[in-house]
Design a protein around this ligand. Structure first.
Ligand SMILES: [Zn+2]
Length: 135
């Protein structure tokens, strides 16, 4: 059951949509502490990746589970209210994400997607990022 009022829900969505979200900040500080340097939100790349490691031709996206429809994730359930609004919108987001990853790949960039729900396991995320950036 969607316990949030439509107003409250769209308020939350606006915040999630924006740049510099809490999950993104968490990943940024993690990567920073690992000693890697990066650029933010490169406008010249598809999807304006959250973190760009130009010399490595690698990017990291930090995705909110709801907004980017994390498959199989509890946080990614469709809202029960205003289904006709949310379902197509969220599906479009996911299609867009897939298209962006494909475009980056074609351009010779490697991309890593970190999901909001994975941030609870900082150790795991650190290892994942390390492996991604080192290879
Ligand atoms: Zn998730």
């Amino acid at each position: 059951v969607d316990k949030l009022s439509p107003t409250k829900r769209s308020e939350i969505m606006r915040n999630i949509r924006g740049k510099d979200t809490a999950p993104e900040m968490a990943v940024r500080s993690l990567v920073h502490r690992m000693g890697y340097r990066y650029r933010l939100h490169a406008k010249d790349l598809p999807g304006k990746p959250d973190m760009v490691f130009r010399s490595k031709r690698k990017v990291i996206f930090v995705h909110g589970c709801f907004w980017h429809l994390h498959e199989g994730c509890r946080k990614a359930a469709f809202p029960k209210s205003k289904k006709r609004y949310w379902v197509p919108k969220l599906l479009r987001n996911r299609e867009r994400d897939e298209r962006i990853l494909q475009e980056l790949k074609t351009m010779g960039w490697k991309a890593l997607v970190i999901w909001q729900c994975q941030l609870a396991k900082k150790e795991l995320i650190s290892r994942k990022i390390n492996r991604f950036l080192a290879r």
